[in-house]
Design a protein around this ligand. Structure first.
Ligand code: NCD
Length: 317
């Protein structure tokens, strides 16, 4: 009789941080740590996903997330296929579920999905045999972004608990903020959101965060300052008076950053609107900004997630 080892990640899909336990988060980050070193080495290839097919199905534009998942899959030896809506038959009116059925018939093992509607990724996951990873669904969740942020914080601060983290800007439209509020709260950090009232989601009370409408007050004593992009494409009508006024009140410059702890780090998931939510001088400040490191950690975290899901399915080599 052979013993099947208990998978480190007891899940078939990664649809959100909401489904994870603190132990799951730690298991993913610990595995990702191994890949940070591999990614800096000359030979970056492993073969744990050899023979497996990974489809990156992107219904919404993406540069870094798609590239990051593609590199992650290839470094682990999977065959990776990128499919974006503009080139698929979605534009001919095929539904999400028809696309799911078509792809399923090709026997992919891992499907990475980004979609403009909250909940679309979970719906697709019910219709396919593959493991599904949510790469961002509407305003809902973006779990691998929160995990890569967590890895960046843990490496920089030496821990992922009892930190004061200020998440600033367009929280209402941000799946990054939502996934981060859940993850950082679950790991017992003090989470604040700093935003104009018009850019707060109506259900903000659910997250157990402190709400501020003033940057100076919200950043006071923060260990981590996480800036969010003003998501104009998800806004109908005026949520902010003007970009200039927004920068004046909520844009992160060195003057506002001085309210945070002297060693506070500055994060941004990208893409950035320089001069809108963040001053270029802060974004490019090597002493404070960890934005480049977030991108680096993204590949390591996605390798960890792909591999742990394949292990849970018993398909990893
Ligand atoms: C974020 C996203 O798409 O949710 N970007 C990303 O994944 N790097 C944030 C954003 O679009 O502002």
């Amino acid at each position: 009789m052979t013993d099947t080892p208990t998978p480190r990640l007891p899940h078939r899909h990664l649809l959100g941080i909401e489904q994870l336990s603190p132990a799951d988060v730690t298991a993913i980050l610990d595995r990702a740590e191994d890949y940070v070193a591999l990614n800096r080495a000359r030979d970056k290839k492993k073969s744990t996903l050899r023979g497996l097919t990974q489809i990156n199905l992107f219904f919404e534009n993406s540069t870094r997330t798609q590239a990051s998942f593609e590199i992650a899959g290839k470094r682990l030896g999977a065959d990776v296929m990128n499919m974006s809506v503009r080139t698929s038959s979605m534009s001919k009116g095929e539904t999400l579920l028809d696309t799911a059925a078509t792809l399923n018939a090709m026997h992919p093992d891992l499907i990475v999905v980004r979609h403009q509607h909250s909940g679309a990724v979970a719906l697709l996951a019910q219709k396919v045999d593959a493991s599904v990873i949510n790469a961002g669904d509407g305003r809902h969740e973006h779990p691998t972004q929160a995990l890569l942020d967590a890895l960046t914080i843990r490496r920089r601060k030496g821990r992922l608990h009892r930190l004061t983290v200020a998440i600033c800007g367009d929280v209402a439209h941000s799946r990054v903020a939502r996934s981060n509020m859940i993850l950082l709260g679950m790991m017992e950090n003090r989470v604040r959101v700093v935003s104009p009232p018009t850019l707060l989601p109506p259900e903000i009370d659910r997250y157990g965060v402190e709400v501020f409408h003033d940057m100076e007050k919200g950043l006071e004593g923060a260990d981590v300052v996480m800036m969010l992009r003003l998501q104009q494409e998800r806004m109908e009508g005026a949520f902010v008076p003007s970009q200039r006024e927004y920068f004046h009140r909520f844009g992160l410059d060195h003057r506002k950053l001085a309210c945070a702890k002297p060693d506070a780090i500055v994060m941004h998931p990208g893409p950035m609107n320089r001069g809108v939510e963040i001053d270029a001088l802060v974004a490019d400040d090597p002493e404070r900004s960890v934005i480049g490191e977030q991108v680096e950690m993204g590949v390591a975290v996605r390798m960890a997630v792909l591999e742990l899901l394949a292990e849970a399915q018993g398909t990893a080599a």
